[in-house]
Write a protein that binds this ligand. Structure first.
Ligand code: SF4
Length: 331
């Protein structure tokens, strides 16, 4: 870890978000172009799957901000339609087909929610710091729920993260997510309430994948975040020292994900590693077929949150969207 100043002076903390840490793990060159190069190299065109994901997130956040009396499934659909982001789609027909499908998805999802269960936070920013990092992040939804037997307080917090990808998620995705664990840690500290439960709500499939951390498992995730942050801080310091050896400190991490990288146009190794994906290739297959009049995919059943799954946890390097060839964001 970079040690700045004289002995006894406070150490400079590494400011980070979950995305910054995961970008370093995914590809140090992409990290450099995203967070250090100024001006930022021009990115490729927007992705349709990101537009879809942002539209769904915005609609669900807006739904909770409505007065209680207006929180019905139809309102979620109307919010989605009025805030629909059209960037990245192949044409109007594809955008319309996705809107139609996504509208039914959010209506199904909100039909399974209790509108009286006022969240502790919606798109809530939380932050915390240690001796190494100053962490911040935004939580899709922070629930306050009745605590389990033997708890010291009547309620406890649960971190809810919406997902709009189609790859079925697993308990391992929730357990191993550094981002979710850090959100739980920060939320618990900020709101001074126990927060060990993390959940991935896969809105597209109507499933809830959860994990209940322990203080020890959260601490292991925190230690891992600090280890990654120390690597990042050292790399940042090298960058500030001058342009020599940048490719050694920030090597390209090539693979199928290069086809989805916003900076692929500035990266010869990435161009050689994977073909450029089209902006709408991250959509489900039924939306990328030539005929926009194809039938809509089957709808999932309303979500049924599962019971807490207590148990030990160990940090793992993967994050939920790190599937080998999955779109890098928006899911
Ligand atoms: S194209 Fe691939 S190797 Fe190049 S910056 Fe992007 S992810 Fe990294």
């Amino acid at each position: 870890m970079e040690q700045l100043g004289f002995e006894g002076m406070p150490r400079r903390l590494y400011s980070c978000t979950p995305t910054r840490l995961s970008t370093w793990l995914d590809c140090p060159r992409r990290y450099r172009m995203t967070y250090l190069d100024r001006p930022v190299p021009p990115k490729g065109p927007p992705w349709a799957h990101n537009s879809l994901g942002a539209s769904v997130h915005n609609a669900l956040a807006g739904w909770w901000r409505l007065p209680r009396s207006e929180r019905d499934p139809g309102a979620a659909g109307r919010l989605l339609t009025s805030g629909w982001i059209t960037e990245g789609y192949a044409d109007q027909g594809q955008s319309d087909a996705c809107l139609h499908w996504a509208r039914e998805i959010v209506e199904r999802y909100t039909a399974g929610l209790d509108p009286d269960a006022e969240p502790a936070g919606v798109e809530r920013t939380v932050a915390t710091r240690t001796e190494v990092i100053a962490f911040s992040g935004r939580i899709d939804r922070l629930d306050r729920r009745p605590a389990g037997p033997g708890a010291s307080l009547a309620t406890e917090l649960a971190v809810v993260d919406y997902k709009t990808g189609r790859r079925p998620l697993t308990t391992d995705d929730a357990r191993s997510s550094l981002a979710l664990a850090m959100y739980a840690l920060a939320a618990g500290r900020v709101l001074r309430q126990p927060c060990y439960r993390v959940e991935l709500h896969q809105v597209t499939l109507g499933t809830v994948i959860g994990w209940t951390h322990t203080p020890e498992s959260l601490q292991r995730h925190l230690s891992r975040a600090e280890d990654i942050a120390q690597e990042c801080a050292a790399a940042d310091q090298s960058y500030r020292a001058g342009p020599d050896g940048l490719d050694r400190v920030f090597p390209p991490q090539t693979g199928p994900a290069c086809g989805w990288c916003d900076f692929r146009a500035h990266c010869p190794e990435g161009q050689a590693a994977a073909d450029q994906r089209r902006p709408w290739d991250g959509l489900a297959d039924e939306f990328t077929r030539p005929d926009p009049a194809r039938p809509a995919p089957p709808l999932p059943a309303p979500p049924v949150p599962g019971p807490p799954v207590p148990g030990p946890s160990v940090p793992a390097p993967a994050r939920p969207d790190d599937a080998a060839d999955a779109p890098p964001a928006g899911s």
